[in-house]
Design a protein around this ligand. Structure first.
Ligand code: DAT
Ligand code: MG
Length: 148
């Protein structure tokens, strides 16, 4: 089944929003297939955001991502990439609808608390980068209560 990479950024960790953010994906009916608290090195953050390296905000973005530990996660489910982006909300929290994570918990674009892969292809790349170890394979016992 489809997987996505979700990261709770340093501000989300410091502000104690980890369980709130994880709970939204969990309660939706997606399954956590990877989880770790991780300090991020500059070169690793630059790799994660390589597509944005020409943007004027790139160095500030990298400084922010390495400013404290992050929570890196794999989530699995039907249409999980697109649906998690909807749950997360617009990049700029000023444009993010109430009810989305960024709409509810963030104000500034440079402190938008959470990352989610933007396509199945980037999810595949990001999962490979953040979780090089063998994936954990299990099926939740409530799977058939959520999926037909
Ligand atoms: P998203 O995180 O919604 O996928 P993105 O991939 O375009 O957005 O950008 C990655 C992060 O970079 C984003 O979460 C916040 C920051 N960012 C994006 N556009 C920005 C801008 N115009 N000014 C400052 N930071 C920006
Ligand atoms: Mg992005």
């Amino acid at each position: 089944m489809e997987q996505t990479f979700i990261m709770i950024k340093p501000d989300g960790v410091q502000r104690g929003l980890v369980s709130e953010i994880m709970g939204r994906f969990e309660k939706k009916g997606f399954f956590m297939k990877g989880l770790k608290l991780q300090s991020v090195e500059r070169s690793f953050a630059e790799k994660h955001y390589a597509d944005l390296s020409s943007k004027p905000f790139f160095s500030g973005l990298v400084d922010y991502i390495i400013s404290g530990p992050v929570v890196a996660m794999i989530w699995e489910g039907k249409n999980v990439v697109t649906t998690c982006r909807k749950i997360i909300g617009a990049t700029n929290p000023s444009d993010a609808a109430p009810g989305t994570i960024r709409g509810d918990f963030a104000v500034e674009i440079g402190r938008n608390v959470v990352h989610g892969s933007d396509s199945v292809e980037s999810a595949r790349k990001e999962i490979a980068l953040w979780f090089p170890e063998a994936p954990i394979n299990f099926e939740s016992s409530i799977h058939s209560w959520i999926y037909e």
